[in-house]
Ligand binder design. Sequence first.
Ligand code: SAM
Ligand code: SF4
Length: 328
Amino acid sequence: MLKDSFGRTFPYIRMSITDVCNFKCGYCLPNGYQVDKSDNRKFLHLDEIKRLAKCFSELGVNKIRITGGEPTVRKDFFEIIKILKVDAGIKKVVITTNGYHLNKKAKLLVETGLNGINISIDSLSRETFKNVTGHDRLPEILEGIKNLQELGFENIKINAVLLNGVNSSEKDFNAWSKFIQNNKIDFRYIELMQTGDNLEYFKKYHTSSKIFKNYLSENNWIYQTLGKDAGPSLNYINPEYKGKFGIIAPYSKDFCKTCNRLRITSRGDLRLCLFGNTGISVRHLLQKDDQLNELKDLILKQMQFKKESHYLELGDTGSTKNLSKTGG
Ligand code: SAM
Ligand code: SF4
């Protein structure tokens, strides 16, 4: 089992499979994806992904989240899901996606045995969605969610980045409330995080999730205490609603205490935190099957370097230029 020097265990990996994205979210890639000329390494290929996942599986990892960039832009995306599940034996394979063409992909996603999907939707207003992401694609994403549900797919979460004056009004909160009333979907606001690239945007749009927290308590939502491995979201339930609300507040005091995840970048760097500079490339040990034990040793040794906190509140974004590189 992977364990760090603060006693935290890591049954969960977030694996980025590409930096490429087809959206232009203002807080992430406002000018769209640009080729990083300083790094000409290719994205991990299928065999490397298989070896890595097998290694993690043997180290006690039971859940992998595939992310990016936009993971679904990879042509072998569906094959990657299968490899993680079937070849590497990872119990829960989930994805984070911007929902591009979700209406067309829903069926195949269900057929590959995907265990959960997080879809990023910053607003239920078509106009606001378009302004934030640069794409008028809200209808196809909502249709995709319907398709998934009609196929009996249950584990659907929606994430929105809370942006001051953009999607932070009572009207926005009410719209989501209505959406989840008869819809078994978890909706979570994520507080905007500062990255190396987005300081001006951050200053303009960052707001504390307290406004949403206040809305929840004024509207009879009850804080739900969850188990140790529950992840970073504070969850709220209301008996009159099928769905749940959640808040992901990375600047809150205890956010890192329950950290249970490690990250792999699309080029095979092991990152111990979304932020900070700690991490190394493990790619040289993904080239042959007989390197498995060496790879395990290297990853286990790295665990002692995981820091207690991200130090984001001090403005330390480490080497994270934007979250398309580390998968959010
Ligand atoms: N492209 C996919 C998507 O948007 O869902 C997966 C990658 S994206 C980097 C993962 C998540 O990170 C998304 O929910 C996105 O909204 C969030 N994100 C990106 N930049 C962020 C920032 N600066 N602060 C908070 N969340 C951010
Ligand atoms: Fe692309 Fe996701 Fe970043 Fe938006 S948040 S630009 S969809 S990687």
